[in-house]
Write a protein that binds this ligand. Structure first.
Ligand SMILES: Cc1ncc(COP(=O)(O)O)c(C=O)c1O
Length: 415
């Protein structure tokens, strides 16, 4: 049992925080404690500067010349390399493009085609649903493909992996519980039976360090609008290990992935390297916003991010269980910080109403049906005092029964 904390102890944690100055690089509205950066990251003025420049100078003044003069055409690969540093990928293996769902389709289809004599895709029953929907879509293009699901066909993913498996599509951090998987171990298990593995890094990129190259991963995909703060609908990314570049053929064979896009040839010839994962014209303004968001990371040490993330989430669990334990909350995810992403979830029978009441009081987390209240802790801008204050509000809402107010029972879209 740890010693009970007081506000002074928590303020001392903020004072000693090596990432404390990063908070100044974000806009955090007055009166809000933002614990939803695992859904949509906060805005940074650096993002607006890039947007402003891209719109008013490059687009308005340079017009079509900007594809070359401002480097618009090369941005998917340039941003990919910038992001690659945060996910342990050496240059030339990451590209920023399209959406996570589209990238899952491209990569899964391509990986399946690399194992033509195998028919099984393994995924997780409790995956973020788009991964499963896209897997169904890919499977429908190749009759006889079977989808094996953890939690449905066997309790553990390891039990589903055998010589019939072509590809494993798996989340590094579960979106609901925050459970973290051992990337190197599962990748090794996949390779032992000759299968390929695709990691969904939506809840990893910018939340904790990850080493794709040293884990020997085959492919990864992820979004940039959560912990990377690229903005709503920001473009996603694909990682493909260099050893696969010459063999892999993705199905959305648009002109940006062509070997000679400006030769305007009739037949498709895949380009070299990671560029072959591109499809068509990319959203330049969104890319430029992402550039501003990624620039913020240039001097950030991912080991410090991880250390703070574990400290924030440990503190939250300790305070919630110490102060709100009598009110029907149950920890949903891992208790061991080393097994946790940068989020904490609790189950509550009336989780929807509790979250609505919290949001009305300025503590923004989110709700995932049927009964999960989920809190994300972005180490760049969430402080220890935020955690303390959020728990004070939660305790008040539960103790007074404020969540029972009739207006919180009416379902509205909570993202
Ligand atoms: C694990 C995971 N994969 C995929 C997505 C979403 O994909 P897209 O960006 O295409 O909407 C999310 C969104 O929250 C997610 O959590």
């Amino acid at each position: 049992m740890r010693a009970p904390l007081d506000l002074a102890a928590v303020e001392a944690m903020d004072a000693a925080d090596p990432l404390r100055a990063m908070r100044e690089r974000f806009i955090l509205p007055e009166g809000v404690i933002y614990l939803d950066g695992n859904s949509l990251g906060a805005a940074a003025p650096a993002v607006f500067n890039e947007l402003q420049k891209a719109a008013t100078q490059e687009w308005a003044q340079d017009l079509i010349r900007a594809w070359n003069t401002a480097g618009w055409f090369d941005m998917p690969v340039a941003l990919g390399d910038q992001l690659g540093r945060l996910i342990g990928a050496a240059a030339g293996q990451t590209v920023v493009c399209d959406t996570t769902s589209i990238n899952i389709y491209k990569v899964l289809h391509a990986a399946l085609a690399m194992r033509p004599d195998r028919s099984v895709i393994v995924a997780e029953g409790d995956s973020f649903p788009t991964d499963l929907y896209m897997a169904e879509g890919v499977a429908s293009t190749r009759p006889g493909t079977v989808l094996r699901l953890e939690g449905v066909d066997a309790p553990d993913i390891e039990d589903l992996i055998d010589e019939r498996v072509a590809v494993i599509l798996v989340n590094h951090v579960n979106y609901k519980s925050g459970q973290l998987r051992d990337m190197a171990a599962l990748t090794c298990k996949a390779h032992q039976v000759g299968a390929l593995i695709i990691w969904d890094l939506c809840h990893t990129a910018g939340a904790l360090p990850v080493e794709l190259d040293s884990a020997n991963a085959d492919f990864a995909i992820g979004c940039t609008y959560k912990y990377l703060n690229g903005g709503p609908g920001a473009p996603a990314f694909i990682y493909a290990a260099k050893r696969h570049h010459d063999k892999v053929q993705q199905p959305l064979s648009g002109w940006w992935g062509h070997a000679r896009p400006f030769a305007f040839e009739q037949g498709y010839v895949a380009g070299s390297g990671i560029r072959r994962f591109l499809c068509g014209t990319q959203p330049v303004l969104s890319m430029r916003a992402l550039k501003g968001a990624l620039d913020v990371w240039d001097d950030v040490d991912m080991a410090a991010v991880r250390k703070k993330s574990i400290a924030l989430t440990d503190l939250f669990i300790q305070l919630v269980e110490g102060r709100c334990g009598a009110y029907g909350l149950e920890l949903e995810g891992p208790r061991d910080g080393k097994q946790r992403g940068s989020q904490v979830s609790f189950l509550h029978a009336h989780g929807y109403q509790v979250m609505r009441a919290l949001i009305e009081r300025g503590v923004i987390g989110d709700f995932r049906a049927p009964s999960t209240i989920r809190f994300g802790f972005t180490p760049l801008y969430v402080g220890y005092k935020d955690v303390w204050q959020a728990v004070e509000v939660l305790e008040d809402i539960l103790r007074t029964g404020a969540w029972q107010d009739a207006r919180f029972a009416v379902k509205t879209a909570v993202t």
